[in-house]
Design a protein around this ligand. Structure first.
Ligand SMILES: [Zn+2]
Length: 274
């Protein structure tokens, strides 16, 4: 599958940040038997999934959707900047960074080891609902240790972008590039939709973590979902929509390069060939 697709005057290219390793328990589904059945392996450990980002280029824009883990998750991850530079995309050429949400594998790549901005010229754009949850509250205000930790990280990675950060509502944030909140995984988790010339692509963030499992069982969440029931409802709504409309999707944790169509067959969803 090509790493790049065209949507009207835009080219969208997948860039890998690496692969993330977790465990069956970390995958968060309560029923291990179900997971074993759908990971497609006798021995399903470890669970490994891709961490993808997407670069939207065209119409004078060079917008990166999500930034990977930076240097915070070991040598298997944090490869985004090397991959961008190798492809002839200097970090200074990125005009915008659009975030799907503020989890560390999406936003930690905003800063380097010294806490400085990795993208010196980019405007940082995030959904208002998401920004408010992670940035406007003292980390200690939550009783949930993971939320405390992730709030602290989110506030740290945004600090050097403070003067060039924009919070948006649902709708057009850049020409033909729209935010749409799809809550649950995080309170303001959002999709970025690229529309041009009658064609469209939905970059759906973390709608799916474990492709085989969650397409067959979209009701199953992931252990870092802030609100698993709301996340499941959002996932099912999007799966229904993109399978009915034949909207192409791009996923941060779908196998690289992460572009897919979804079809509904016998009440279950599957990835479809182009
Ligand atoms: Zn993620």
């Amino acid at each position: 599958m090509a790493d790049s697709i065209a949507i009207g005057g835009y080219t969208i290219t997948a860039f890998s940040d690496g692969r993330l390793q977790t465990t069956i328990e970390g995958a968060g589904a309560s029923d291990t038997a179900v997971i074993r059945a759908f990971t497609g392996s006798e021995n399903p450990e470890p669970v490994i999934f891709a961490v993808n980002t997407f670069l939207i280029e065209g119409r004078g824009i060079c917008a990166l959707v999500d930034t990977g883990c930076g240097n915070t998750r070991g040598p298997g991850l944090g490869k985004l900047t090397t991959n961008l530079i190798a492809a002839g995309k200097p970090l200074a050429a990125i005009t915008h960074v659009l975030l799907t949400h503020f989890h560390p594998d999406h936003s930690n790549g905003l800063i380097d080891g010294a806490g400085a901005a990795v993208f010196p010229n980019a405007e940082l754009i995030a959904h208002e609902t998401e920004a408010r949850f992670w940035l406007d509250t003292e980390p200690s205000q939550s009783s949930n240790e993971r939320i405390q930790r992730n709030r602290q990280a989110a506030q740290q990675v945004c600090a050097p972008y403070q003067k060039r950060m924009r919070r948006v509502q649902d709708g057009e944030a850049l020409p033909g590039i729209l935010a749409r909140v799809s809550p649950g995984h995080t309170p303001g988790h959002s999709c970025w939709i690229v529309e041009d010339d009658g064609d469209s692509l939905m970059i759906w963030g973390d709608t799916i973590h474990l492709t085989r499992l969650q397409l067959a069982h979209p009701e199953i969440g992931f252990n870092v979902d802030v609100d698993p029931a709301m996340g499941a409802a959002s996932r099912m709504r999007l799966l229904d929509q993109v399978s009915a409309d034949r909207t192409r999707v791009a996923g941060m944790h779908l196998e690289f390069p992460g572009f897919a169509y979804i079809v509904k067959r016998g009440g279950k969803y599957e990835l479809a060939a182009e």
